[in-house]
Structures are given as C-alpha cells and as structure tokens.
Design a protein. Structure first.
Lengths: 513, 118
C-alpha cells in the first residue's frame, strides 16, 4: 500500500491556487484565509512526512500507478522531507508577513501565485525523474515571475524582465541537457540513469560528460554561482521584500538538484563525470564567496546588501556541496537550512525597516520609531547571516570548515570562508550603524529628493514582527539543538549516499505494481 | 536527413543566441523563441531519426519503430515554451509601458536616496 501523503505537498497547492485565483479573485479576505489555512495544512503534512521519512525508508510514489522506469515517481527520503518542511515553514512565515504588512494587496493574484510557487518548489524536491524536475522548475519559475513583478513599478518591471530572460535561457539549456542525456542512456528516471550509466559504452562517455556539464550549468544558474550569478542581486533587490524572502529557498533548489544528481544519477565513481564538482564547482564557489563579500562591502543600499550576502552564503554552501563527501554534505545540509532562514529573516526585517524609513540608501536619515527593537532584530539576523555565535550560522560555517580538510581544499576553502565572513561582518556592521545609529535630526536637508512622506509613528503590530522573530527563534533553536539537527543531517546524508538503496527502492517497485 | 536536422538545430541556436544578446526586448523575445524551436527539434532527434515508423510496437519482436518518448517530451516542451513566451511578451510590454524604453539592461544605479521603494 503506497502512502498517498507524498503527493499532497504538490497536489494541495495545485488545487488551492486555481480556487483562490478564480473563485476568490475579488475577495482578499477569503483569499488570505484560504492561503494561510492551506499553508498551515502544508506545514503539518510536511512535518508528518519528515517524521515518516525519519524512519530511514526511501518511500516511492508511482504516479498513475505506473511502475518506476516507465512512469514518473516521487521519492521521499530524509533529504527531500526536510527540504519540503523548510519550504513550508518559510512559506508560512513569509505569507503572514505579506498579509500583515499589506504586500499582498498591492497587486492581483498574490496568493494564487504564492501557492503555485510552493507547489513547484515542493515538487522539485520530491521528484525522482529529471524531466519532471524540469517541469517543476518551470512551475516554480512561472509563479516566481508573477511574484517578482508583484506591485509593479519601473525598476521592478525591468529587473523582472531580465530575470525572466535569464531563466528562459536556462530552461532551454536544461532541455538540451536532457536531450543529450536521453539520447545516450535512453531513460530519464534518476535511478534508472544511474543503472544504465554503470554499464554504459565507454564511447558514450563524452556525451554523458556534456550532459552532466550542461546540467551543472543549469543548476548553477538557479543557485546563482559565478559566472552565472549576475541575475541574483538585481532580482532580489527589486523584488518585493517578502517575495525575496521566499526566493531564498529557490537558490537552494539548484543546490539540492546538484546534490541529488551527483549522488544518484552521476554517482561517485563514474569515470566520465566524477571530477566535475571538484574541477568546476569548487573554484566557482570560491569566487562566488569573494563576489558576495565584495558586494556586501560595496553595496550602498540595504536590499542589494542583503542580496549580495545571499550570494556569499550560496558560495559557502556550494563549497561544501562540491566536496561531495558524506561529512561535507551533512555540513552543507545544516548550512542550507540555516542560510535559507537567515536570508529570509533579513529580507523580512529589511521590509519592516524600509516601511518606516525614507528610502533604502545606507546614509544618515532621521531616526525612526522603535529603532531599538528593529536594531536588535537586525543585529540578530546579521550575526546569523555572517556566521557569528550564538546563532546557527557560526555552527554551520564551523561544520563546513571542519569537513574541508583535504590538502587541495583547505587553503582555498578556509581562506575564502574566513576572509569572506570577516568582510561580510564589516559590511553588515557598517550598514547597521548607518541605519540605526547615525541618524540626522528630523527634517534632514541633505538629500536631493524632497520626500514629503513623514515617517509614520505607528507601532509595528505583533503580526508584522512575529514572522521575523519566529525565524530568528528557529535559528536559535537550530543552535541549541544542533546535536539532533546534525544527527538528522548525517542520517539524511547516509541515505543519499546509499545509492543502491535508492535504486532498489525506486526500481524494486516493478513486482508490486 | 541527419545533415538537415543537425544544421537546422545549429542555425536556429546560433540565430537565437545572437538575438538574445541584443539589448532590445523584441529581438530577445524572438531569440528565445528561436532557441526553443532549436531545442524542440533537438529533443525530437534525441530518440534517433526514423521515417515512416510507428511510434509504438505493433507486435512484440517487430523491431522497427520510432521512440515515442521524445515526442511526448517535445509536446511538453512546446506547451511550456509557448506559455513562457506569452508571459515574457506580457512582462516585456509591462516593462516597456512602465519605463518607456525597451532596453533590456538596467539603468545605472540611482544616486543614493532617490530610489522609490514601492
């Protein structure tokens, strides 16, 4: 008896989104209730899936009850379960923030697009078929196009256009990669690809390597790695801040896809592809850290600063992914959970700060209401992002450093991560002191643009503050309960490196079906 | 046959890449459309080229047939790229009306302070 729960993280938003989009299109209150209720149910389902996956069994769901290599399968293991849970928790926090601050009312169809976005991300984490991964990428991208330009505005529309163009080019590349892969192995199921590649003709090795490299480029575009990172700062800085917070999980979809494809399909030991992560991904990740750190230092506005810190954290994450050892992957998983939440907390907080500040430039402005509270939250989110104790960023970076002790890695990886963190700390310290401490007397005459809007003295409501505080509390919890979280990450890693177990679970279904 | 298909993919891709690298949104949209045609033909060929063959086996053991899976993949890819092109056209139009220019690249960063947040 197959568990039908696996498909619900995809199915529920897929059903809810059209209902919100068509039935509740003129009723914002109903749409809000439906969206929040749906997301709460999704969090509960994701928790249930995580508990059931924690048992260690790789659960397989045959769509349409077609057995594995012929039909599409969804695969639930510890890695996909924890990432789906992360997506849904983040989604709930972002949704409550967007409702509390009124972002969802600044344009049409926020909630429908939001549900489609959750559907695409959950599907990408769950699928066990590379063409289906492409389809879910397209679902999450097309929803993200709508969310990115939500609210409109000149700069946002133009940044949105760039974002769409780069991702469409990436999708084309993805299809070319799948075509090459299919023509050489004749299957698109991840487990089946692994089996066919083990007995592949050595003459095909060139084609397989081309396919693997193309896939790596596609996932690197999603993960915003050098040299295809350039879309991220403009996109994140111009997207509505809650949407940018949700996008923090989208870069991780690229990281997840690289981990999955290189542990299952192009598993370790495959002659044609085994050196790709070390040769290409590792240097790219180092340069990405450097770019992120320089960007943080050079940013003159708040949202680009946070966007560059996301680039830097992706670099740190990808260094650990590129090592492709169980220890490094477990560290990468812990850091992935942490960096997603930290980036989201920063974006949500930036939204609160900017709602009571005149412009986002990092220059002295009149003091805003509740500076103390916001400064404390910014301080917390910034130490999480830069990786200082006591929040989980410190442990995450420590685990990543600890996992990278190979002679060829240690010099580059340690200096990149440590120097990058220092520069990022300087950048955040400067931003924080500019925003919260270096205030001008009210009615500062220094700026060129005469803004008529006076900072409203309204106090922030509990609902506006709760999502940011909840995320910071989770980060603190990840630090206090680092032992259990890390042992889960190690179990998840052991499971994804157990290739034969995965293949047997996926393809062993034939007799039962 | 192989030569025609291969050169069609090559020429379409080359034209598409050239157009995508233009700075105006209309050529970029055309370029992405050309790229998606190229990839559709390419996907079609990934199941090997066969003429006048049935896409499914008539009986077991009759070995000449053409692979039906790439045809299904192409169909999916066509639908997705068609929808994506429509979305892209709408976003490009929106950007054009907002910014009154169809240039793809962003302006230089606004001088500190006068960027509108919303």
């Amino acid at each position: 008896m197959m568990s039908h729960w696996i498909i619900l993280p995809v199915l529920l938003p897929a059903l809810l989104a059209p209902i919100i989009g068509f039935v509740m299109r003129h009723d914002l209150t109903m749409a809000r209730i439906a969206s929040v209720a749906g997301t709460i149910v999704l969090v509960a389902i994701a928790m249930g899936l995580t508990v059931s996956a924690a048992g260690g069994e790789t659960q397989v769901y045959d769509l349409g009850n077609w057995p594995a290599p012929f039909g599409i399968v969804l695969v639930l293991d510890r890695l996909s379960a924890i990432l789906v849970l992360l997506t849904m928790v983040l989604g709930l926090a972002v949704l409550i923030h967007a409702i509390a601050t009124g972002w969802d009312a600044r344009g049409r169809h926020f909630h429908a697009l939001f549900q489609f976005q959750l559907m695409g991300i959950a599907g990408a984490f769950l699928t066990g078929d590379v063409f289906n991964l492409f389809v879910f990428f397209e679902v999450l991208l097309i929803a993200s196009y709508g969310l990115m330009i939500h609210g409109g505005g000149r700069e946002r529309m133009r940044a949105g256009l760039q974002y769409v163009v780069i991702n469409l080019a990436g999708s084309t590349l993805f299809l070319f990669a799948l075509g090459v892969l299919y023509s050489s192995v004749g299957t698109l199921n991840m487990a089946d690809i692994a089996l066919r590649l083990q007995e592949a003709d050595p003459a095909e090795a060139g084609l397989i390597r081309v396919a693997a490299m193309l896939l790596m480029i596609v996932f690197a575009v999603k993960a915003a790695l050098f040299p295809v990172h350039f879309w991220l700062p403009a996109t994140y800085a111009n997207a509505p801040a809650p949407v940018a917070a949700l996008f923090a999980i989208m870069t991780k979809v690229g990281a997840y896809a690289i981990i999955r494809v290189h542990t299952v399909s192009f598993g370790p030991g495959l002659e044609a592809t085994q050196d790709i992560p070390g040769t290409w991904l590792f240097p790219a990740a180092i340069i990405t850290i450097a770019l992120g750190a320089l960007g943080v230092l050079g940013a003159r506005q708040l949202l680009p600063l946070i966007a560059f810190s996301v680039v830097g954290s992706m670099g740190t994450l990808m260094i650990a992914v590129a090592a492709l050892t169980p220890q490094a992957t477990a560290a990468a998983l812990y850091y992935l959970l942490h960096s997603t939440l930290a980036a989201a907390a920063l974006f949500l907080l930036a939204d609160l700060v900017l709602s009571r500040r005149d412009g986002q430039a990092l220059s002295p402005r009149p003091a805003m209401a509740q500076t103390g509270l916001l400064a404390a939250l910014f301080f917390g989110a910034a130490i999480a992002m830069t990786g200082m104790p006591p929040l989980s960023g410190f442990l995450g970076k420590l685990l990543v450093l600890d996992a990278l002790r190979m002679p060829g890695q240690i010099t580059w990886a340690w200096s990149a991560i440590l120097i990058g963190s220092l520069v990022t700390i300087v950048g955040f310290a400067r931003a924080g002191s500019m925003i919260f401490w270096k205030t001008t007397p009210t009615d500062a005459p220094d700026e060129s643009a005469p803004e008529t809007e006076v900072a409203e003295p309204r106090r922030l409501t509990v609902a506006e503050l709760a999502p940011t505080m909840a995320i910071l509390a989770i980060l603190g919890g990840m630090s206090i309960f680092a032992g259990p979280v890390m042992s889960f990450a190690e179990d998840a890693t052991a499971q994804i490196y157990d290739r034969d177990g995965y293949i047997a679970a996926v393809l062993g279904q034939q007799e039962e079906g | 046959m192989e030569l025609i298909v291969a050169s069609a993919v090559g020429v379409l891709t080359a034209g598409g890449v050239y157009l995508v690298l233009r700075l105006r949104s209309f050529p970029v949209i055309l370029g992405l459309a050309l790229l998606s045609y190229a990839v559709n033909v390419f996907l079609f060929a990934s199941g090997r080229l066969a003429i006048n063959m049935p896409p499914v086996l008539q009986k077991y053991g009759e070995a000449s047939y053409t692979d039906p899976l790439p045809q299904a993949l192409v169909l999916t890819a066509i639908v997705i790229s068609f929808g994506m092109t429509a979305v892209l056209v709408m976003i490009a139009l929106g950007a054009f009306f907002e910014a009154e220019t169809d240039e793809i690249n962003m302006d230089d960063p606004a001088p500190a302070g006068d960027e509108d947040r919303a």
